[in-house]
Design a protein around this ligand. Structure first.
Ligand SMILES: Cc1ncc(COP(=O)(O)O)c(C=O)c1O
Ligand SMILES: [Zn+2]
Length: 391
């Protein structure tokens, strides 16, 4: 167990590990888990990794959970990094890759964060979990809560893709559908959690989901032989994956594992909900709530993110940028990637392609650079968006 303490990502205040926390007790911002990396390094070596389990728990020394018996795992992580040769040829890019997160349990990258968060909740004696969700997080939370024997309450907007709702129900969660957005669902959880005795597992409002997500960064480095790509393009809602990868790069740098520069981090959002892109363009550190948020990419329908400053700090520190794409573009991209590469991406993941085209046109990405797109989920969960049918 190498966790030394939890630290507020904004004010730096230390919080005791192995206690239940949501946000910083002083300033109400997210908490990060900090490790004794010198201690971790004694057993955590690059060479040792080839002999380890093929899920995210291969990075055991830099993950929370004291007792292995508390780990709740369905085989999450260690997803393929696929070379997009045909799409790359079309774009004149020989080094274009996709990290295919649709191959996780529950078919999205949300499985990573929920494996670590539910494991920690179990270790710390929680009985009931609750979270607002745009869809995939709810499905993952329900799936991990089940084998942990924890009760699970998921709040989703009414227009969440049907598959996400059904999978939550079929894996034993109590589902409440709400008029409004994920922020309204989050407010409902916040209002009721004390009287209902729920532990709030909202994105960035507890310290452990980001620990699971950070393994995206470890995996990318390992799969690319410890040389990170030039550019990462990531569809951003609450931003946990991007924040997590940036944290992983910090840790790996501290352990002396990385050669060369860090990637430029690019946030992609939908035109109809782009709070981070707006704040980036305006030079702000915090993002204003985006009014009337609307996009078929439900995971990007996040008008306000508590980790906004962490996303924006990482983009800027990396020399990256933030771009929007239209719903028309991201839906067309789903079909384009499907037809040329055989990957049926979630619309959020497909949004990376029109974003990349924009950056190639503006010259912010060069054709010879190594670029990794993140396909965060499976297109099959969104059938109604592609077929226009009401399910
Ligand atoms: C498929 C998909 N992609 C991207 C996102 C956004 O993820 P994050 O909140 O980590 O930015 C979500 C969130 O619901 C999602 O379901
Ligand atoms: Zn604080």
């Amino acid at each position: 167990m190498n966790v030394s303490h939890l630290e507020c990502a904004a004010c730096g205040l230390h919080h005791e590990a192995q206690r239940l926390h949501n946000l910083c007790h002083e300033c109400g911002k997210p908490l990060f888990v900090r490790y004794d990396l010198d201690r971790a390094k004694r057993t955590f070596t690059k060479e040792s990794l080839s002999r380890r389990r093929t899920d995210l728990w291969r990075y055991r020394e830099v993950l929370p959970v004291r007792n292995d018996e508390h780990i709740v795992s369905l085989g999450e992580g260690w997803t393929p990094l696929l070379h997009l040769r045909r799409l790359g040829r079309r774009l004149g890019m020989p080094r274009l890759y996709v990290k295919d997160e649709s191959q996780n349990p529950t078919q999205s990258f949300k499985a990573r964060g929920m494996s670590t968060a539910v494991s920690m909740a179990r270790e710390l004696g929680v009985r009931k979990l609750a979270a607002p969700s745009a869809g995939n997080a709810g499905g993952a939370l329900a799936a991990y809560a089940a084998p942990a024997g924890l009760e699970c309450f998921v709040f989703m907007p009414k227009d969440t893709p049907r598959a996400n709702i059904v999978e939550c129900e079929q894996t034993g969660a109590h589902v409440t559908l709400m008029d409004g957005l994920i922020t309204d669902c989050g407010a409902e959880v916040a209002k009721r959690k004390d009287s209902e005795d729920w532990f709030d597992v909202s994105t960035m409002k507890e310290p452990y989901r980001v620990e699971g997500k950070k393994t995206l960064g470890y995996e990318l480095a390992e799969q690319l032989d410890w040389k990170l790509p030039d550019v990462i393009i990531y569809p951003t809602g609450g931003g946990t994956g991007l924040i997590g990868m940036w944290k992983a790069f910090d840790e790996m740098e501290q352990m002396g594992w990385l050669e060369g520069k860090r990637p430029r981090m690019v946030t992609v959002q939908a035109e109809g909900c782009a709070p981070i892109v707006r704040a980036f363009a305006a030079g702000k550190r915090f993002a204003d709530e985006f009014p009337n948020a609307e996009t078929v990419a439900s995971g990007l329908r996040v008008p306000r993110a508590i980790g906004d400053f962490l996303i924006l700090d990482a983009i800027r520190a990396s020399g990256g940028t933030a771009v929007t794409v239209s719903d028309k573009q991201l839906l067309a991209a789903t079909r384009e990637i499907g037809a040329i590469e055989g990957l049926f991406c979630a619309p959020e993941g497909a949004a990376c392609l029109p974003a990349l085209r924009k950056l190639l046109e503006s010259g912010e990405v060069k054709p010879n650079e190594q670029v990794v797109l993140f396909n965060t989920g499976a297109g099959v969960k969104y059938v109604e968006s592609f077929t226009g049918i009401t399910l």
